[in-house]
Write a protein that binds this ligand. Structure first.
Ligand SMILES: Nc1nc2c(ncn2[C@@H]2O[C@H](COP(=O)(O)OP(=O)(O)OP(=O)(O)O)[C@@H](O)[C@H]2O)c(=O)[nH]1
Length: 205
């Protein structure tokens, strides 16, 4: 199935104190890394940010939020309005350990649903999930009403949740959904322990 990818990159990074999308992990900025991973599974990539030419990555479209200041939900909305395919895999730009296989799997099982969202031990991952164009109107209603919690519109659409067992076939959920918010999170990423117990210093180029 042909599908699109939407990268959310319109946040303030206030807890990090520096633009998360431009932080480096394994010699790439997080935005480049996310684009390169997504390219493996989608035909089109849209970055939803507060700008239209911040990254200038070849072949990647940038769109501004149509409801500025309304958080990631506004990014999902702007992205869905812009993409050409019925389904889009949405991912935050601050999830450095996300794998294309996860997007591929969620896109494979999405027909018949409007949202396919991982739910690990009761916690949803709405910023690493598939959304259909059928979500645009319900999201717009929330944004117009000043509601910015991403999952607020879920009761109005067809939602499939994907649990830990299924996600673990792809990778460790604690890694796949690891997201950066603070300098401490970034430090943990840099000094991440390999499976053999050794420490990998990911700052080195
Ligand atoms: N397009 C868009 N993306 C957003 C917006 N707010 C957050 N995001 C993205 O959503 C993801 C999760 O963002 P958060 O960590 O919750 O917020 P943040 O603003 O980046 O960081 P803080 O200022 O520390 O809360 C990141 O990829 C952000 O870039 C927004 O208003 N518009």
């Amino acid at each position: 199935m042909e599908a699109s990818g939407i990268i959310l990159a319109g946040g303030c990074s206030s807890r990090m104190g520096t633009d998360k999308s431009l932080m480096v992990y394994e010699r790439q900025t997080l935005i480049e890394r996310t684009v390169n991973e997504l390219r493996k599974v989608v035909n089109e990539i849209v970055i939803a940010s507060n700008n239209t030419s911040k990254y200038s990555i070849p072949g990647v479209v940038e769109v501004p939020d149509l409801y500025p200041g309304m958080g990631p939900l506004a990014g999902i909305h702007a992205g869905l309005k812009r993409v050409k395919h019925q389904y889009a895999f949405v991912i935050g730009c601050d999830m450095p350990l996300f794998k294309a296989e996860l997007a591929k799997y969620l896109l494979e099982i999405c027909p018949g649903y409007d949202v396919v969202v991982p739910q690990i031990d009761g916690y949803g991952e709405p910023l690493c999930a598939v959304y259909s164009k059928g979500c645009i109107e319900p999201i717009e209603n929330c944004l117009k009403a000043g509601l910015r919690t991403v999952i607020m519109f879920y009761p109005q659409v067809r939602v499939l949740t994907v649990g830990r067992d299924e996600i673990e076939r792809i990778g460790n959920p604690e890694e796949l959904f690891y997201n950066l918010n603070t300098p401490e999170d970034y430090w943990s990423l840099m000094m991440r322990q390999n499976t053999d117990g050794s420490l990998e210093d990911n700052r080195k180029c």
